[in-house]
Write a protein that binds this ligand. Structure first.
Ligand SMILES: [Zn+2]
Length: 556
């Protein structure tokens, strides 16, 4: 399969079904629910079914394309699924992960929005197709492909009061007018589109007709419209988010997560609404350690949303996925913003959002030169005249943002998707895992047996994933249960016991003294049984996050 592609809904479904047919024991596909327009939201359940059902193994959650135009995440998710199933039996990591863990992958959370984004005559919306907050178009400019060429570019209109001028570096490029600049030809720049209720004079920029932002609709610190636009009428009001939240809360085996977005080439972590200082210190150290592995493997820096990725210095974003996952469920969740045209063009060292607001014009020129060389002729269009039905003669041209800034050009999506696979797989290798390190059955005398069981967590994460999960009481401690025939009697010990939680290696991260490595990842339990010879019993060791073991024992 050539991953230099953006999947339309039909192709996504066909490909998943094809893979399922090909890799029957490794892949199941299901739906988590339906979109506003009734399209299925597919989830790929990737695990070796022969080593146990998915719900009895620790899990990683991956989703993508929650925002309609961020289709690079879908290709990335599909690449991850494919790397796992096609690598099984050949690649040690893929084999180990599928034998012992599960990946729940939703390659496209927003099929309605993606349908529009990938249409022959596309429409780019934020999230849902459901009109919001009003069921009628607001007065002003609404973005759309008005000349029917399949692209949404910019419009420039000559105007002495405009804030743009033709660039001195390249006549195709537009440059900001200096604060005191008077002589010259100036322009207004607008997105390609039509104006609702145009009076012939005033051009307002309307709030989009479909203004919902799914990634503000999660049930954590949700804010109403006056405080945060597009968050919906109440948390999980949108079927796509409701479906996702329902799936996640009914799969307590999930420990870690990535939501793929675009763009910036950065691994974002919570919190979005509070400074790091207010976070549990060990959780922060672990978050940073995981993020650093992401940086090592993918090359994207790892930063906090609150400190380093704010759209406005006075505002925070709330009701977002990774905050909900960490804050309420104690899951290590990341938001990966795929693709970074800015660093591709050779512009290193920058503040993400600040750069977008203000940067040297030379940077735009560098990006244009990079696009000329790498993005084909479709990346930037020289200005051409167009007879606008409302504005009369305008020029259309500029960035084809969808396949330059927002997503990689078609010839580069495979590479960008593939570079992200190792971090997703690395999360799988950090999961907690239960292992029986000792199981001794000794016959004390005729009909009396002693069982000594020692269980280890062999993972990096503890069986409670992180301290936040402990605080929120979202994860039950480890339980051991003996399933015994009727004629077997427990003399010493209990049929059901709680073993507490087992630490992983992650609680040692913040330690300063290096010689402190206790066996806090280990639990021990003993029983004395009165039983006839050859009795069979089953020991069930259960953990929500670290998986379930069923061990059959015969008393001989
Ligand atoms: Zn996004």
């Amino acid at each position: 399969m050539d991953f230099n592609r953006y999947f339309r809904n039909e192709e996504l479904e066909t490909t998943l079904k094809e893979w399922k047919g090909q890799y029957k024991t490794l892949l199941s596909i299901d739906t988590i629910g339906k979109s506003h327009e009734g399209r299925p939201i597919w989830v790929a359940v990737v695990t070796n079914k022969e080593t146990g059902p998915d719900k009895e193994k620790p899990a990683v959650w991956i989703d993508a394309n929650i925002h309609a135009t961020e289709i690079a995440g879908t290709t990335t998710s599909m690449s991850i699924i494919h790397a796992l199933i096609s690598g099984y039996g050949k690649d040690n990591q893929a084999t180990r992960l599928l034998d012992t863990s599960v990946f729940y992958v939703v390659p496209r959370l927003n099929p309605d929005g993606a349908e529009l984004a990938l249409a022959d005559s596309p429409l780019y919306i934020r999230s849902s197709v459901r009109p919001y907050p009003w069921d009628e178009k607001e007065e002003g400019l609404h973005v759309q492909d008005i000349d029917g060429d399949g692209r949404i570019l910019q419009m420039r209109i000559e105007d002495p009061t405009g804030e743009w001028k033709v660039s001195s570096l390249d006549p195709r490029l537009m440059e900001k007018r200096k604060p005191d600049e008077q002589a010259g030809i100036f322009y207004r720049l607008l997105q390609e589109g039509l104006i609702e209720d145009y009076d012939g004079y005033q051009i307002k920029v309307a709030n989009p007709y479909q203004s919902l932002d799914f990634n503000r609709n999660f049930p954590v610190e949700w804010r109403p419209e006056d405080e945060q636009k597009g968050a919906g009428p109440y948390p999980t009001s949108e079927p796509e988010i409701k479906a996702m939240v329902d799936f996640i809360v009914t799969h307590p085996n999930i420990n870690a997560a990535i939501a793929y977005h675009t763009f910036s080439g950065v691994i974002l972590r919570p919190p979005s609404t509070h400074p790091d200082e207010e976070m549990d210190a060990n959780d922060l150290w672990v978050y940073k350690a995981i993020g650093k592995r992401g940086t090592d493997l993918v090359g994207y820096p790892n930063v906090s949303v609150y400190h380093d990725f704010r759209y406005h210095p006075k505002q925070v974003i709330a009701g977002v996925f990774d905050d909900w996952m960490y804050n309420h469920l104690g899951i290590f969740a990341f938001t990966v913003e795929l693709w970074d045209i800015i660093s591709r063009a050779g512009i290193e060292e920058r503040k993400y959002i600040e750069w977008l607001r203000d940067h040297p014009h030379e940077d735009d020129h560098k990006i244009l030169k990079w696009v000329d060389k790498n993005a084909g002729e479709d990346g930037y269009d020289d200005w051409y005249e167009f007879d606008h039905p409302q504005l009369g003669k305008v020029e259309i041209g500029g960035w084809n943002r969808m396949y330059t800034w927002e997503n990689p050009p078609y010839n580069l999506i495979k590479e960008e998707a593939e570079r992200n696979i190792p971090f997703a797989l690395a999360l799988g290798d950090m999961l907690p895992h239960l292992e029986i390190s000792t199981l001794e059955v000794n016959r004390i005398e005729e009909g009396t047996y002693h069982i000594n069981l020692v269980v280890d967590n062999s993972g990096f994460f503890p069986t409670y994933t992180n301290n936040q999960g402990q605080t929120r009481k979202t994860i039950r401690p480890l339980r051991v249960e003996l399933e015994i025939p009727e004629d077997v009697e427990i003399i010493n010990g209990k049929r059901k016991s709680e073993l507490g939680h087992l630490e992983g290696r992650s609680n040692k991260i913040g330690q300063i003294f290096v010689l402190s490595s206790p066996t806090d990842n280990r639990a021990r339990i003993e029983w004395v049984l009165k039983a006839p010879k050859d009795s069979k019993l089953i020991i069930h060791i259960k953990s929500e996050r670290a998986g379930i073991i069923h061990k059959e024992v015969t008393l001989i």
